[in-house]
Design a protein around this ligand. Structure first.
Ligand SMILES: [Zn+2]
Ligand SMILES: [Zn+2]
Length: 370
């Protein structure tokens, strides 16, 4: 029998975005022995696993991921097949079933408000697949059976791998952002969360612009531009607010926003200064929705927030219901997965990480087995 391998986070050395050496320094490909199944667990073969911005940040040694115990086989965005059910299993799952796991699993105690409402993502004691336990960058993984959301009929397993990030955007766009047709929505950051959010906002009838830096111009922003989304390259010489005030033009040559202000900002960059700046791009009484986490505290002009009556809304991950909606959106092509994903074989997983770190791919998805 061939050996089971996994991409394992090992180090915490700090690197900057773009420094692909981080992959060799902070991770290793290891051989795995799978633990015996406990009650409530299943063994699964991973089919396709996607690289999340968090996985890339952890590999770069960003401080907001210092809490992850090393060594750890990471990965939480995956489509997998059940190989074995744990002792005493009495549920409806069967060996051979394809599924996507929910990344965030709650404590399920009666007195937990998040868990009681079915929102494990809001549980203070939640565990995250690939961070609190070994995850989907192993060719096999052991996980709790109650994380399983069955793959819906007709959805390709490689698209199943991005159900999790789409579900987070679903949580943001449908639960938090009140997007109406005709709104001008600015998405800051063109990682996959930005790109998915931009697509879903547009599908809701908004006009959408997305920002990136020079390094994003030819791959990530191009992918958005090819879909008719307005793109803005920001730099210290050409900051966002100045460009908005001077008048960013959409694909039809019309000015985006009103006097430099938009109806909604969705912050996906995870860069503190971007969020601090974004508050000035929103009209009074409008929303800034943050999906990202930040390595340092964000200094905000709090008085400005008061005077403009702004709403800052956070979105933490997603829950099972969002996973079901996300799968439908992928199946219906509301988010056109084929346009955004790049496939890599497991032997080239280091390249998948290096390319993601260098922003040379929109969304890297790894074919985990043969
Ligand atoms: Zn993720
Ligand atoms: Zn809980």
């Amino acid at each position: 029998m061939s050996k089971i391998k996994g991409y394992c986070l090992t180090g915490t050395k700090r690197f900057h975005p773009g420094e692909a050496e981080a992959v060799e320094e902070n991770s290793a490909i290891i051989e795995m022995t799978m633990p015996e199944l406990k009650e409530g667990e299943i063994l699964a073969e991973t089919l396709y696993t996607a690289l999340c911005g968090s996985d890339v940040s952890a590999t770069l040694g960003k401080s907001n991921f210092d809490w992850i115990e090393r060594p750890r086989v990471i990965g939480h965005e995956t489509c997998a097949r059940i190989l074995k059910l744990g002792p005493g299993y009495k549920g409806t799952l069967k060996v051979g079933d394809l599924f996507v796991p929910v990344a965030q699993r709650g404590c399920q105690k009666d007195d937990c408000q998040g868990c009681r409402s079915g929102k494990w993502n809001l549980c203070p004691d939640k565990t995250i697949l690939g961070y609190n336990r070994d995850g989907a960058f192993g060719q096999q993984m052991v996980l709790e059976a109650d994380r399983v959301v069955p793959l819906i009929d007709g959805l390709k397993p490689e698209y199943g791998a991005i159900v999790e990030p789409v579900s987070v955007a679903v949580n943001a766009i449908y639960s938090k952002c009140n997007i109406k047709p005709g709104m001008d929505v600015l998405v800051t950051g063109c990682g996959i969360m930005g790109l998915i959010s931009a697509e879903l906002a547009r599908a809701n009838g908004a006009r959408v612009a997305i920002t990136g830096v020079e390094q994003d111009r030819n791959i990530r922003l191009k992918a958005a531009r090819d879909r008719g989304i307005t793109t803005i390259v920001v730099s210290p010489e050409n900051p966002l607010l100045k460009q908005l005030e001077e008048g960013v033009k959409d694909a039809d040559g019309r000015i985006f926003g009103t006097k430099g202000k938009v109806d909604l900002v969705i912050e996906c960059s995870g860069v503190s200064s971007v969020l601090a700046e974004a508050i000035y791009a929103v009209k009074p009484e409008h929303d800034i929705c943050t999906i990202a986490t930040y390595p340092d505290k964000v200094m905000e002009d709090n008085t400005y927030i008061t005077r403009q009556s702004l709403n800052i809304k956070g979105v933490m991950g997603s829950h099972k219901e969002n996973f079901v909606v996300a799968q439908k959106l992928l199946l219906q092509g509301v988010f056109p997965a084929a346009h955004y994903i790049n496939l890599y074989d497991f032997e080239h997983i280091n390249d998948a990480f290096a390319d993601s770190i260098k922003a040379q791919t929109t969304k890297a998805v790894v074919k985990m087995n043969g």
